[in-house]
Design a protein around this ligand. Structure first.
Ligand SMILES: Nc1nc2c(c(=O)[nH]1)N[C@H]1C(S)=C(S)[C@@H](COP(=O)(O)O)O[C@H]1N2
Ligand SMILES: [Mo]
Length: 232
């Protein structure tokens, strides 16, 4: 056994990093394009898309971070590579797309139809990345190719995979939540155990834990049925 690690409240370390998600997304494995393209829309004056060439002036960055799913499993020391969302926002998105001054919500939209929001102040946090590499390899489809969000201080459901668009909004009208309101905390901070709304966070532990094995199986079967993995 390795040295004892302190995990956030209610979390348990897993030995593997499974493909994971809501059951309704298990079978929606997107066809991964050769290269990514991100539509930027919402309460912005500019319009259009970003691609890797548009990020040429933004330095690439590496980050080692732990990943905490709201269902209570954690996987430690993932090695991501990509771009800091803050640097991308300040260096490219803000000057090019001119978000309205009172934009406060960022909506991340996936090729599989998944959609999740973070307050802009959280998305601009120091360790939020758009990642295209994991553990020194191109991001695989199971973990969100071609490009995904990595927001380690927030539960995993905020780290949208397979990004296709980012919405910048002054309010929540551009947001269709992926789950019932009860399960979608606006911030979902791991160290505050913000697992959901209304009830204290720890109550959700006992509700989520029994669902993990089944969700892992369904996610794995979804990949198989799509003929896309998992990697050996
Ligand atoms: N596009 C998309 N992003 C998603 C999901 C999803 O189903 N689709 N599931 C979320 C959930 S609940 C978790 S825990 C993580 C899982 O990331 P992984 O599959 O790389 O382990 O992705 C999050 N981002
Ligand atoms: Mo999750």
């Amino acid at each position: 056994m390795g040295e004892a690690r302190s995990l956030p409240p209610g979390q348990r370390e897993r030995e593997d990093f499974p493909r994971f998600g809501l059951t309704q997304f298990a079978d929606r494995v997107p066809d991964v394009p050769e290269s990514w393209r991100l539509e930027i829309h919402g309460d912005v004056d500019g319009s259009g898309t970003l691609d890797p060439a548009a990020l040429a002036g933004v330095p690439r960055t590496r980050q080692v971070s732990d990943f905490h799913c709201v269902t209570t499993w954690s996987y430690c020391r993932l090695r991501w590579r990509g771009w800091s969302f803050r640097e991308l926002y300040e260096g490219v998105i803000a000057p090019r797309f001119e978000p309205h001054r009172d934009v406060r919500l960022v909506v991340f939209e996936g090729l599989d139809g998944y959609c999740v929001s973070l307050p802009l102040r959280d998305a601009l946090g120091p360790d939020v990345l758009l990642a295209d590499e994991l553990d020194d390899a191109a991001l695989s489809v199971e973990h969100g190719a071609p490009l995904r969000l990595v927001a380690p201080r927030h539960y995993g459901y905020k780290s949208a995979k397979h990004l296709r668009a980012i919405g910048l909004w002054t309010d929540a009208r551009g947001y269709r939540r992926p789950t019932p309101w009860l399960m979608d905390h606006p911030r979902a901070r791991v160290d505050h155990e913000e697992r959901g709304n209304l009830l204290p966070g720890w109550i959700f532990r006992y509700w989520y834990r029994p669902s993990i094995d089944r969700a892992v199986r369904q996610s794995r079967d979804g990949l198989r049925k799509a003929g896309k993995g998992p990697r050996a």
